[in-house]
Design a binder for this molecule. Structure first.
Ligand SMILES: Nc1ncnc2c1ncn2[C@@H]1O[C@H](COP(=O)(O)OP(=O)(O)OP(=O)(O)O)[C@@H](O)[C@H]1O
Ligand SMILES: [Mg+2]
Length: 490
């Protein structure tokens, strides 16, 4: 077994802040075969291009108290997988007790396990560690009362709640550089608010597992329809807190969607997971005209506009093929990703977060249901209208032509879409002021032009995401001496 971390350390803070990379510690190799997951034997590039949403329920809606014992996963295929996983790593059984499979994604299978060796390590990554400390109740006949030394049997056993972890078994078909990238980015993001920290990682030959704190969460589909507007504000505040941290490290998550933001509606806490597609801003970038100043851009694009024959295809298209990172999940890709912008920024995550808000406000999941990128463009163009979509394409040096009758010239307003999708009309069941504020925020997240789209940092200052916060601050500072306050203000 090899720890893909400083050896034997599970303490995130103990990582070298300036470490260039992970130190790989090799233990004696396991005699067991490394597991191959057949379902993952797909072309990795293909998987990268199309990280499709889960068809199967990959969520864990477990609301049981974390101290309760879990029923084991009784699916025999996964039982076998769990046994193989335990055997692949020397000493695994002493460290973790696998409980059940909690998620199966494009790149990994995730298991819930009990962390048996929790007490042997420094667990500063654990926000609950102080809360979970067990304090013995006062004893009726304590030693101090009787004046005799306590016998060993009368000592209460020090017990604490079992600690759970999520074990992410990354498919062996993932490229080593991709795996290292995910672990390195998580390492850089340690200590970030609302980002699920990496505890440690192990490697045995080509099998890598990442160990994360288990985060209790519910299935998005079970709660998003019941969310009030203040609930939405709290959910998105948590998501944008994570995005602000990630973006301040110049990292793009690239795969913002409900299954990658684990949210517990009971505690109203959420964490961002899955940095499998994440990348550093500027990585593998080539200049795109969208970053030019508008005057220079217009000058560059003028010849393109005049040379394009409207509604016609070139017989022999000699233009070089455009290549850009399109990784992400369909329905959540920003327009610049669809237009193959070669200089994508952290704003692609803001668009995807906007799609989540649109889903909640419209009570429709998935909101966008395209089979491919062209259909995705059609869906977005239907909302924004032909003219704005053409301008958005031109921003990245693309010409968009369409004769599809459902794509109108000016599209629809978000207000209209939300009224329609929730079966209301402007006359009898209007939008509330809170909803209007949410829609105003939505339109800032779903700006077609990424440079105009709100940043995560500014989003946290938007009145919608501050909903409830400012009032509670006001209430806390309202001590009853309103008259004096008014006098001071005057
Ligand atoms: N720390 C965690 N605590 C609880 N559950 C988790 C945790 N991490 C992941 N999961 C569960 O496992 C699922 C898959 O995890 P993750 O998104 O990291 O893997 P993935 O293979 O990249 O998935 P996908 O391709 O679907 O995006 C999550 O949607 C979630 O249900
Ligand atoms: Mg995922």
């Amino acid at each position: 077994m090899a720890t893909v971390m400083p050896s034997r350390s599970r303490h995130v803070d103990s990582f070298q802040a300036d470490s260039q990379s992970f130190r790989i510690h090799e233990d004696a190799p396991s005699t067991e075969d490394t597991e191959m997951n057949e379902s993952a034997l797909q072309d990795e590039d293909e998987a990268e291009q199309e990280n499709e949403p889960l068809e199967e329920d990959g969520q864990n809606s477990d609301y049981s108290d974390s101290s309760e014992d879990e029923p084991p996963d009784d699916d025999s295929h996964f039982q076998q997988d769990m046994v193989k996983l335990q055997n692949a790593f020397v000493g695994f059984r002493q460290k973790y007790r696998l409980i059940k499979r909690i998620g199966e994604g494009t790149f990994s299978t995730v298991y819930k396990a009990e962390d048996l060796a929790y007490d042997k390590y420094d667990n500063s990554w654990d926000p609950d560690k102080e809360l979970d400390k067990w304090t013995p109740p006062p004893l009726k006949n304590s030693a101090s009362q009787s004046g005799t030394a306590p016998s060993h049997e009368s000592q209460p056993q020090r017990r604490r709640k079992p600690k759970y972890v999520a074990i992410k078994k990354i498919y062996v078909t993932s490229s080593p550089s991709r795996i290292l990238n995910e672990l390195e980015l998580l390492h850089d993001l340690r200590g970030c608010d609302s980002v699920c920290p990496l505890i440690t990682a192990f490697r045995s030959t080509d099998q890598v597992v990442a160990i994360l704190p288990y985060f209790r969460h519910a299935d998005f589909r079970d709660y998003f329809r019941k969310m009030t507007v203040p609930d939405m504000a709290i959910y998105l505040r948590s998501l944008f807190t994570a995005l602000a941290s990630v973006h301040s490290h110049n990292i793009l998550h690239r795969d913002i969607k409900p299954t990658n933001f684990l949210y517990d509606p009971e505690t109203r806490r959420g964490v961002l997971v899955d940095f499998g597609l994440a990348e550093r801003e500027g990585y593998d970038c080539r200049p795109c005209v969208c970053h030019d100043d508008p005057v220079a851009r217009k000058a560059k694009l003028r010849p393109l506009i005049s040379s394009e024959k409207k509604g016609a295809y070139l017989r022999e298209d000699t233009r070089p093929a455009r290549r850009a990172n399109r990784a992400g999940t369909r329905g959540f890709r920003a327009p610049e990703v669809l237009f193959k912008c070669t200089e994508q920024t952290t704003k692609i995550d803001i668009w995807s977060a906007g799609v989540i808000l649109l889903t909640i406000l419209s009570r429709r999941f998935p909101f966008f249901n395209s089979a491919d990128d062209v259909e995705a463009m059609i869906e977005i163009a239907t909302i924004f209208g032909r003219q704005r979509m053409q301008a958005a394409a031109l921003l990245h040096g693309c010409m968009l032509e369409t004769t599809i009758p459902t794509i109108g010239r000016s599209g629809f307003s978000f207000e209209g879409i939300i009224l329609w999708s929730t079966g209301r009309s402007e006359t009898n069941d209007k939008l509330s002021d809170d909803e209007k504020l949410a829609i105003q925020f939505l339109s800032r997240c779903m700006e077609l032009d990424p440079s105009r789209r709100i940043s995560a940092e500014d989003a946290l200052k938007h009145p919608f995401l501050r909903m409830g916060l400012d009032e509670s601050v006001d209430a806390a500072s309202n001590t009853g001496d309103d008259d004096e306050m008014d006098m001071l203000k005057a």
